[in-house]
Design a protein around this ligand. Structure first.
Ligand SMILES: *Cc1c(COP(=O)(O)O)cnc(C)c1O
Length: 390
């Protein structure tokens, strides 16, 4: 089976991890800071705070933004569960903004309308999580203006978008979002096995994120309520977590970062090739968001149901049977039983639901060969061009 995504590791990655195993520090050592600084430098951000995964990163980013019970977090329904769950971890109410029918990202106009209505009813969100779906940022310029106007904290969930750029600068630079979150899960652009990071330009937010990562503890006298008792002394000033990443993982992430440009170049090549090879088929192909250069985490196509005899499910299952490991990103989050229990129902976000009925993620990862890709395209072509068997 050709998977939809997979990591690319080389000997340098293996050597980097082994070197940490032979060192004095398996966790809380110097490699974590080197990884944070390298990511921050690469993304033109002031500070990086590495944690055990992007879900934890989203959680502490929301806490650092001040999100708590009685507050609201808005995100897109077309995302992984974590972009919404982070709000629930903080005790906040979660709501969604429907997607743009072309980019499949949160629709900035829909966000503006919903904010207008929420202002009238006194139910504005404290945090908006803008997900860079498939690797391309949302209309961040407009969303940042809305953040100013309505006073919410804009967090970019750029789990798909390590190495992407927007308005000529790297995603994560903090020009538009107060905090940007990356994931280093193996299916994402670069991996640390498990791992995540928050980037920010605010030293206060970075400090707070570091405390939240480690039990709410501080050894910095400036954050203490009384003078230090001695060299052993630390204080817990709020409730935090153990969300630390290990030095083993940071070493892998750091080594992978050396290959980021090559990974992105290969992903762009494959995406451009899909676009060429699929152009004549009854499919809707990904459309570029203005100003955004995608990292191409995913290559999603939408079947045009009125022009295809087979159902979405039939095409999906037949591709899997032909050894093409297609996937579906995403089941609209508001339709999950957990969120239905919070009051959501089918029909609430029709663009995301229509998208879900048509979308298929095709294999896309750096080691995918051109011939394998051609095979994927030919299988898809046969399925959607030929009439179904009676
Ligand atoms: C993968 C992903 C996450 C969660 O990442 P983990 O590192 O697995 O916790 C969050 N948001 C989006 C959009 C993702 O794709």
């Amino acid at each position: 089976m050709i998977p939809y995504g997979r990591q690319s590791l080389d000997q340098a990655d293996i050597d980097a991890v082994v070197a940490v195993l032979q060192s004095d520090w398996l966790t809380q050592g110097p490699t974590i800071e080197r990884f944070e600084q390298a990511m921050a430098a690469r993304c033109e951000a002031g500070h990086g705070v590495a944690v055990c995964n992007a879900t934890a990163a989203l959680h502490i980013a929301c806490l650092a933004a001040g999100l708590g019970p009685g507050d609201r977090l808005w995100t897109t329904p077309n995302t992984f569960l974590a972009s919404a769950n982070c709000g629930r971890y903080c005790g906040a109410e979660v709501d969604f903004v429907d997607i743009d029918p072309h980019t499949w990202n949160m629709d900035a106009r829909a966000l503006a309308h919903k904010l207008e209505a929420a202002e009238r009813t006194g139910s504005l969100p404290k945090v908006v999580v803008a997900v860079a779906f498939s690797g391309q940022s949302c209309d961040m310029r407009t969303m940042a203006q809305l953040a100013q106007r309505y006073g919410f904290v804009l967090i970019e969930d750029a789990s798909h978008a390590v190495g992407a750029s927007y308005a000529g600068r790297p995603v994560g630079c903090g020009e538009f979002a107060a905090m940007t979150v990356f994931s280093f899960h193996p299916v994402k652009i670069i991996t640390s096995a498990e791992g995540g990071m928050v980037l920010t330009n605010s030293p206060q937010l970075a400090d707070h994120l570091r405390r939240l990562r480690s039990h709410g503890m501080t050894r910095d006298p400036a954050h203490m309520t009384e003078p230090s008792h001695g060299p052993w002394y630390y204080q817990q000033t709020e409730l935090g977590f153990n969300y630390r990443i290990t030095d083993l993982q940071a070493a892998l992430g750091l080594s992978q970062l050396d290959k980021l440009d090559a990974f992105i170049a290969r992903r762009r090549h494959l995406a451009a090739r899909y676009e060429r090879l699929l152009a004549d088929l009854p499919l809707t192909l990904p459309q570029a968001q203005e100003q955004a250069q995608s990292a191409w985490h995913l290559y999603v196509v939408r079947l045009q149901p009125e022009r295809i005899r087979r159902s979405h499910r039939e095409v999906f299952e037949a591709l899997r049977e032909a050894g093409v490991g297609v996937n579906l990103h995403y089941i609209p989050v508001h339709l999950q039983p957990y969120y239905r229990d919070q009051g959501f129902a089918a029909g609430d976000f029709p663009e995301a639901e229509r998208y879900y009925a048509e979308a298929i993620s095709l294999p896309l990862f750096p080691a995918l060969g051109d011939e394998q890709q051609t095979y994927v395209v030919e299988q898809l072509r046969q399925l959607i061009q030929e009439p179904a068997q009676p």
